[in-house]
Structures are given as C-alpha cells and as structure tokens.
Design a protein around this ligand. Structure first.
Ligand code: MG
Length: 437
C-alpha cells in the first residue's frame, strides 16, 4: 500500500524553531487561500515549551496562510512519504499581516530598504551542524574520510535540496568532530529566509531517514566546536545588478555598502539579541573561534563580525557580480527571518545616517589592546543573552525596528528562556539545546 501524503503548513517562530500543522495533501487546494487557524500564544513558547507571559491569551488566533512559491515536495525516501511543506504568512482575521510574525518582520524590513534606496538584499546562509549517530566514527577535520563516512547521507542531502529547488552549492566536512556544512545559492529578498528555513528542515529529514540526527545547536558541547549560521549578502538594484562593489575604493566596497556596513557595526550589540538569541549562543560567540567576539569590520578577516569577501575571479564583471559581505555572529538558534530583517534594518540605518566605513581590522581584534580597539571604535559583543537583550532595549533605533507588541513579547520569551536556563551548568545548557535544535 502506498502511504498517504501529508502536507505541512509551517512557520518559523521567535526561537527559530519551525512548527507546523499538517493536512492531507488533497486538502491543499481548499486551504491555499485562508490556511489554518493558529492560537498565537504558541509564539510565546521558549525552546523548552514553557509559555512566557504574553499579551495574547487563549483567544487570539491568526491564519497561517501557505505561500505558493514556498511549496516543497521531496520524494526520494523509499521508507517514508514525501517531505511536503509550505511556509506560511500569518494573517489576522481581517487579512492584515500579523505584526509578530518573523517572516513579516523581514518582509517589512525589505520594503523599507527598497522604498529608501531602490535596493534589495540577496543572501545565503552557511548551515553548520553536527551529525549525531552511534554508528558514526570520528574522522579528522575537513577530510575525505569524514565525507565518505556519510556518503549516502551526503548524496541524499544534495539530491533532496536539488529536488526542493534550493540550489545546493556545497556539502562538506567542517572543523568539529561530526561537523558538516551545507550551502545553497543566494536568493533574493524574503526568499533567502524561506530558503534557509527549508534547507535546515530538509537536512534534518535526510539525516533522520538515515538514522542520524542533524544538530543545529550553536554549541552542542562546551568543549566542542560551535555551529554558526553566517550570512553572505549583497545589495541588488532593480535591474538585478550587484551594487556592493567599487573597484576604485581601497576596501572594494561601494559607497552605499560602506554605509550599510557602518550601520551593522553601530548596532551590533543590539543585533546580537536577534541573531545570537539563546543563552547557549554566548558559549559560541567569542574571540579565537572564528565566530567573532567584537563588533568589527574586516577584509577577508574571519574574526571580524562583518567581513568583505572579495571575488578571486580575474574577470572584473564576475568580480562585481559575486562580490559579497559576510555577517558572522548569527547562529542557528535564530530565526533566519529575524537575522535578515535585523541585518537590513541596521544597514538601512547606516545608509540613512550616511555613516562612514569603520576602519578595517586586520587580524584578530582580541589581539589588539583595549586602547587600540577603542581608537578603532571596536566594541566587545555582549557576553550573555541578558546583556544582548539589554543592549537591544538601550538602542532606541534598534528597539524601534520591532513593532511594540513584538518587542514586548520577544523580550518576554527570551527573558523566560534565560530564567529557565539559569539553573543549568554549561554541560546541561549544551545538552538541553542540543536536544531541541
Ligand atoms: Mg563553516
């Protein structure tokens, strides 16, 4: 007997978790216009299912309405029905965008960027994760052995991402024991967020089907390597041209992108509350791990929070097209929509204020003296989630990026998460997050 097809109507919440409701696939046509109802108190859930104090109560509902272009159906596993999923937009009963949806946050940020500059963002995430399986032997970092140990799974990931239209570009071994990394081609606007959310779920599914688990916690083990979720991005005009590059400037960065970078550096401490949003994120974020500990900018510098990635192609046309910037603090406990939305807001603030490019940091900013860092305007990133949440509240501009009810409820969820995690040792903290992410 052939198994049925259950389509998942899904959304990514404040804590970066993709939740869903399921419907038999034959119900899809009837559900495309208005989706399914969802009690929004669910948005107040911490990763551990505690419900934080919230403004919504038991009554308020939104519709989770499937977005046709996010429809994903991957049918490559002989032992399971197709992986069938639609991402949703959350709409209030009168059809308006719900002001607390993470996807809506990115959509509105992109609309503001476009209205002010005529530009949009093209972006791709680097997905780092650990594979957990009793059957997986440890292999040295970056080796052929590490890849061939998981050859069937690596093949499934490549095929599944391809079938899903997500344009996989790399499937490779990383530095940590059992750590791998997957990248896809960049996508424009809100699709970049959609692509990141779906890519993670497809990787999880592929691992699950092979009896393994893909763990996307920022720090699965206190003494192990962290999982980052770096974002590569460029600014694109209405003709599809990448306007991030200026070969005449010593940094290689165009004027508009220089101001964008400056905005990101200025708001970096507040940004951490949205892009490194878990207590365990702060076991990852820090100097000497290539995850970055300072609000700095650098050219080809993997200890900088925002890095210029010049193209190595000799052709100037290709150089201009592929020139991009990398935003390194984000980790996979953050919603990709909040990461991109916050990035866009911070960059736009820099453009609006005409900020100058900060001095490029060469080497690890941790190796500079505090005086040298002060001279270069390089600040330390928050050391805890509480410090990051305080930085968000203290930054009037950044706090204003979130509608008031979103700011209030986001802070409530995150402060509840801090309280829940407060009792845990580093080991317990890592173990708890590794189970969920
Ligand atoms: Mg990596």
């Amino acid at each position: 007997m052939t198994a049925g097809d259950v389509a998942l109507l899904a959304w990514n919440d404040y804590v970066g978790i993709t939740r869903c409701r399921g419907i038999p696939a034959e119900q899809l046509p009837a559900r495309m216009a208005h989706g399914l109802g969802w009690a929004v108190a669910g948005q107040a859930m911490t990763p551990f299912s505690d419900i934080a104090p919230n403004p919504w109560g038991p009554m308020l509902e939104v519709r989770q309405v499937p977005i046709p272009e996010t429809g994903t159906r991957v049918d490559i596993w002989p032992d399971a029905p197709a992986f069938h999923l639609y991402l949703c937009d959350a709409r209030t009963p009168d059809g308006a965008d719900w002001d607390c949806s993470t996807r809506g946050f990115l959509t509105r940020a992109l609309a503001e960027l476009h209205a002010a500059t005529g530009l949009t963002l093209k972006a791709a995430f680097e997905h780092e994760f650990l594979l957990e399986s009793d059957a997986l032997n440890p292999a040295p970092a970056f080796t052929v052995e590490a890849m061939r140990l998981i050859a069937p799974l690596a093949g499934d990931i490549a095929l599944a991402l391809h079938e899903a239209g997500l344009e996989p570009e790399t499937v490779e071994p990383e530095y940590g024991v059992g750590q791998y990394e997957v990248t896809t081609a960049p996508a424009l606007g809100v699709s970049a967020g959609d692509r990141a959310v779906i890519t993670r779920e497809v990787i999880r599914e592929a691992a699950r089907r092979r009896g393994m688990r893909a763990c996307f916690s920022p720090k699965p083990d206190p003494s192990g390597v962290g999982n980052g979720s770096h974002v590569h991005f460029s600014l694109i005009d209405d003709d599809g041209r990448n306007v991030t590059h200026d070969p005449a400037h010593p940094s290689g960065v165009s004027a508009v992108a220089q101001a964008f970078i400056a905005g990101v550096v200025r708001h970096m401490p507040a940004l951490c509350a949205l892009v490194a949003p878990s207590p365990v994120s702060y076991l990852r974020l820090g100097p000497h791990h290539w995850s970055c500990g300072f609000a700095s900018f650098g050219i080809q510098n993997r200890e900088a929070a925002i890095r210029v990635c010049p193209s190595t192609d000799p052709d100037p046309v290709v150089q201009a097209r592929t020139f991009n910037l990398e935003f390194r603090p984000p980790d996979p406990s953050a919603s990709p929509y909040l990461v991109l939305g916050a990035l866009v807001h911070a960059g736009l603030a820099g453009i609006r204020d005409g900020l100058p490019l900060p001095p490029a940091c060469e080497g690890d900013p941790a190796d500079l003296t505090p005086q040298q860092r002060a001279q270069m305007g390089i600040r330390e990133l928050p050391a805890t989630l509480t410090a990051a949440l305080d930085a968000l509240l203290a930054d009037d501009v950044a706090a204003g990026w979130l509608p008031p009810v979103m700011l209030e409820s986001y802070l409530s969820v995150k402060r509840t998460e801090v309280d829940v995690a407060a009792a845990w040792s580093s080991e317990e903290l890592c173990a708890q997050y590794a189970r969920v992410y």
